[in-house]
Design a protein around this ligand. Structure first.
Ligand SMILES: Cc1ncc(COP(=O)(O)O)c(C=O)c1O
Length: 351
């Protein structure tokens, strides 16, 4: 199937062979202790194995080009890479300006356990300069909320030359727009709470790798710490996968149209969109202007997170976790009709 297009691959990913009278995607398996005889194996207990997880992992594995382990959230996936690998004396290079979870684990937990933490801006030159001596380099591209695109292949080359592993958080891109393992990364991680599930109704994450030892280590960590997803959430996410490509196409068309509107608008500065995905960011005069914009819109829901079918936006500064201007808006284009969304945003800007 590797020669097939994105939509074809999303539709068929992870589905079992057609069986007479069988559904396309078998329903979720709810299990704790199963009927199980003979030697112990992962599938014998619900914290260590589940056929619903396995089907979704196979699906994501086809899209990412590696072995996938699904976890209870994007942050559980982050922790499953960082915590088992890094030991006292090791060096972690991590983004100072991307999704805050990684840097909080790094500064509040890893640094206290003797890991040297180097926080650097999401910028190729800054990351390259921090790599010598590193054990693990963590990057996020496009970065959230700065929407900076990094050169993964160049960073992989430098990390490997220095004997370091490289992990990429590709949540903002999805495996349809960026396949970090193909670019040589050791880990491709994403929050599936965003585009992958696509309906803003569940929390899920995963790690992909091509090294069976890493896959096994993450699986063991998941079982040991119980960072496991519910089978129903995983089934819902798998059910949403066939529409990923069409959702993304509409979201990108909407994002592109909004960028065109915003770039011309006198009330707006610093519009940034990485040219892929639904997330665009821009700045209004101040916090008041941003709140007025959010309140005035009819179609855009004031909500955090991104990648869902409904247009959402938020004043990012409200969390106090990112160094952004007070009037900074992070906007996620939904799958609404382009003309409706553009008209609504134009009207809200005038309000
Ligand atoms: C880029 C990025 N990575 C990781 C996460 C964490 O994912 P989750 O909320 O599924 O734990 C998020 C969530 O917003 C994110 O935006």
């Amino acid at each position: 199937m590797s020669g097939d297009g994105d939509s074809t691959r999303s539709v068929h990913a992870g589905l079992p062979p057609a069986g007479q009278g069988e559904p396309f995607l078998p329903g979720p398996t709810f299990q704790a202790g199963n009927h199980w005889s003979g030697d112990g194996a992962p599938d014998g207990y619900g914290r260590t194995g589940n056929p619903t997880w396995s089907r979704y992992e196979a699906a994501l594995g086809e899209l990412e080009g590696g072995e996938v382990v699904v976890l209870s959230s994007g942050m559980a996936a982050v922790a499953a890479v960082l915590l088992p690998i890094l030991e006292p004396g090791d060096v972690l290079v991590a983004p100072a300006d991307a999704y805050p979870g990684v840097r909080v684990i790094a500064t509040d937990h890893l640094a206290k356990r003797g890991v040297e933490v180097r926080l650097v801006p999401s910028d190729d030159a800054a990351i390259l300069a921090a790599i010598p001596g590193a054990t693990l380099v963590w990057v996020e591209t496009p970065s959230n909320p700065g929407m900076v695109l990094l050169d993964v292949a160049a960073l992989v080359e430098a990390a490997h030359a220095a004997g370091a592993l490289l992990a990429v958080d590709g949540t903002v891109a999805t495996p349809l727009r960026q396949r970090a393992l193909e670019l040589g990364a050791d880990f491709a991680m994403a929050s599936a709470s965003k585009y992958l599930s696509g309906h803003s109704d569940l929390v899920l994450g995963y790690v992909a790798t091509r090294d069976p030892a890493h896959g096994q280590a993450i699986r063991a960590w998941r079982g040991l710490t119980g960072a496991i997803p519910g089978p129903f959430e995983v089934w819902l996410a798998h059910r949403s996968l066939p529409t990923l490509a069409v959702r993304l196409e509409r979201q990108e068309a909407n994002a592109a149209a909004l960028v065109e509107l915003l770039a011309e608008h006198r009330a707006v500065t610093d519009v940034r969109w990485p040219g892929m995905g639904a997330v665009l960011v821009f700045t209004l005069a101040d916090a008041d202007a941003a709140e007025r914009f959010l309140a005035a819109s009819r179609l855009v829901t004031d909500a955090t997170s991104f990648g869902g079918v409904h247009a959402t936006a938020e004043r990012r500064g409200r969390w106090g976790t990112d160094a952004v201007p007070d009037g900074f808006i992070r906007f996620s284009a939904g799958i609404e009709d382009t003309a409706d969304l553009v008209a609504d945003v134009r009207a809200a800007l005038e309000a």
